[in-house]
Design a protein around this ligand. Structure first.
Ligand code: AMP
Ligand code: MG
Length: 281
């Protein structure tokens, strides 16, 4: 069963028409059990990805403040070996980053073959926050959709499997989460007055997200909208979409691994054979 909404290339949509809640009838206990199984399967898949070394995986995570990007990374990837995983968080660009094209800072973090990389925020900020706060003119940011599509096509044609997730929370849920952070000393460090300020721009962000997702959802690199008001459902929906996509490559990776195993075993047998021969001298 599919729990995420896949944005169809070119088909207009409104975020507020897509539910941010778990669908009726999905039972939390069952969802949690399915998630545990899928997370563990993702761990196995990552081992095959790593060993086969033929592809890389790039997961791009976007969402409003408090939408749960950090929690999603912690949960969804909990069974993935840290040796095969990189997480890159993109903050306000440095002076050096700003002195380059907007893709410069992200391209160098694209995953090498065998690796799984998560972008916690990404080059999409350059058509989101940059647009909402008018950090560059419309003429510049509106060209970036094509530039992003070409960049992602380049990665994809070179063996990178790209999955993009928008964690969709409601405005009310965001308020609850911000208020909850004030009550919890262990979480209050995450607060910033800026979060409340950004909230004032909710509708502008929604519009910027709609355009970004619409213009940059491609067959090779689709955008997924994840209902994220409930963390337990978000975990299930995201993990399911990742496993579902990577499933298509497993046969190929397993075949490669089998061939590699046969080669290694043959090398070992040849080595033993040679070692058992009486020496020529
Ligand atoms: P956080 O994810 O809460 O640590 O915040 C990172 C901040 O960096 C967010 O407010 C982003 O909007 C901001 N940010 C990330 N990329 C860019 C960018 N390209 N231009 C401007 N601000 C950015
Ligand atoms: Mg923040």
């Amino acid at each position: 069963m599919k729990y995420v909404h896949v944005v169809e290339p070119g088909k207009k949509f409104k975020l507020n028409k897509i539910s941010s809640e778990a669908p009726k009838g999905v039972v939390r206990e069952e969802a949690e059990a399915s998630f545990v199984a899928l997370a563990s399967e993702l761990g196995e898949i990552q081992e095959e990805l790593y060993a086969a070394g033929k592809h890389s995986v790039l997961i791009i995570l976007q969402g409003m403040d408090t939408s749960g990007k950090d929690g999603a990374i912690r949960n969804v990837l909990r069974e993935v070996s840290p040796q095969g995983l990189r997480v890159e968080s993109f903050k306000v660009p440095t002076e050096e980053e700003l002195a380059h094209d907007f893709l410069w800072r992200v391209h160098r973090h694209a995953p090498r073959k065998g690796m799984l990389t998560v972008f916690n925020r990404s080059h999409y900020e350059d058509v989101l926050v940059v647009r909402v706060h008018k950090l560059v003119g419309k003429k510049s940011w509106s060209r970036r959709y094509d530039q992003i599509n070409e960049f992602e096509e380049l990665l994809s044609e070179n063996g990178t499997i790209i999955l993009k997730f928008f964690l969709h929370i409601s405005k009310q849920e965001q308020e609850q989460r911000l208020l909850a952070r004030e009550q919890d000393m262990a979480k209050a460090w995450k607060l910033s007055a800026g979060d409340w300020q950004e909230r004032e721009h909710w509708d502008d962000y929604a519009e910027a997200y709609e355009d970004a997702l619409l213009n940059c959802s491609t067959d090779a690199a689709p955008w997924h909208v994840v209902p994220a008001d409930q963390k337990w459902f978000r975990n299930l929906a995201m993990t399911e979409a990742i496993v579902d996509r990577l499933q298509n490559y497993r046969k190929d990776w397993k075949k490669t691994l089998q061939r590699m195993s046969q080669e290694r075993l043959a090398e070992l047998a040849a080595f033993r054979e040679q070692a058992s021969q009486p020496s020529a001298v």
